[in-house]
Design a protein around this ligand. Structure first.
Ligand code: ATP
Length: 240
């Protein structure tokens, strides 16, 4: 089995006096996709923000590549090799699609490799080549999601954190984007931690899954096993 590259142990994170995540532990294995499933408000975004340094946990440890990274600032975490694709995409609307991609590579100076990576991103998302000179704000929601994922890839991360890439997209686009997420994993070896409300697509994309309810992990298993569990089928997949 592959090694654990990202290890979260017993983290607790608060908004003021409110504890949003209550002692979360999870593992992301090198080369795999792990997913955290949960309803609105379960704490999915808070987990990712705690890993990427946007929020500090009150307790607990986040270990990446054998090194503790909790309570470091987001820029430092990103430079260690963790790219966060935030909920709601957050592209730079007035910059061109191409400049958004270059923003993703701002920590790098290897110009030839950056140009090659733009070509690689274009091979996965050809629409971004077609729209290279347009302001990112003019892209559709799906295209902005593609750009947000691509911008994160431009940092050449070891792990990508994906916050609800399905949000607000049509079923057809969700399928298209998740097919590419899986291809990036299989073809580029990209390790990912994916948080999702759309349990169906997440369980069919990831290798290992955690179920989050009100800030706690209540179930964890391979996605293959989770897909067979009655509770998951009934409450998360809507299968009677
Ligand atoms: P969503 O899919 O809606 O983003 P989520 O699972 O990502 O949900 P979080 O955004 O992590 O959930 O929120 C976890 C809990 O923390 C929720 O109860 C939420 O109301 C609370 N929370 C989130 N942001 C804040 C904030 N800025 N101030 C106070 N409480 C917050």
């Amino acid at each position: 089995m592959s090694d654990t590259i990202l290890k979260v142990r017993n983290i607790e994170t608060y908004y003021g006096p409110i504890m949003a995540i209550r002692g979360i532990s999870l593992d992301v294995r090198d080369g795999q996709i792990a997913t955290v499933l949960g309803a609105n408000g379960a704490g999915k975004t808070t987990i990712l923000k705690t890993i990427s340094g946007i929020m500090d946990p009150q307790k607990g440890v986040v270990e990446f590549d054998g090194r503790e990274i909790q309570k470091r600032d987001p820029d430092w975490v990103m430079r260690q090799g963790i790219s966060h694709v935030p909920e709601g995409r957050e592209v730079f609307p007035f910059l061109s699609v191409n400049d958004n991609l270059l923003m993703g590579a701002y920590t790098r100076s290897d110009r030839d490799a950056i140009a090659k990576d733009i070509e690689l991103v274009h091979s996965y998302f050809p629409i971004l080549k077609e729209r290279a000179d347009q302001p990112a704000g003019q892209l559709s929601g799906g295209e902005q999601q593609m750009l947000s994922i691509s911008r994160a890839l431009m940092a050449r991360p070891k792990v990508m954190l994906l916050d609800e890439p399905s949000l607000g997209l049509s079923p057809r686009l969700v399928k298209e984007i998740f097919t590419i997420i899986k291809r990036l994993n299989v073809e580029q070896g990209m390790t990912m931690l994916l948080v999702e409300q759309n349990a169906n697509i997440a369980l069919h994309t990831a290798d290992f899954g955690y179920v989050l309810e009100v800030g706690r992990i209540v179930m964890e298993d391979t996605t293959e096993n989770l897909l067979q569990k009655e509770d998951i089928r009934e409450f998360y997949l809507g299968i009677q």
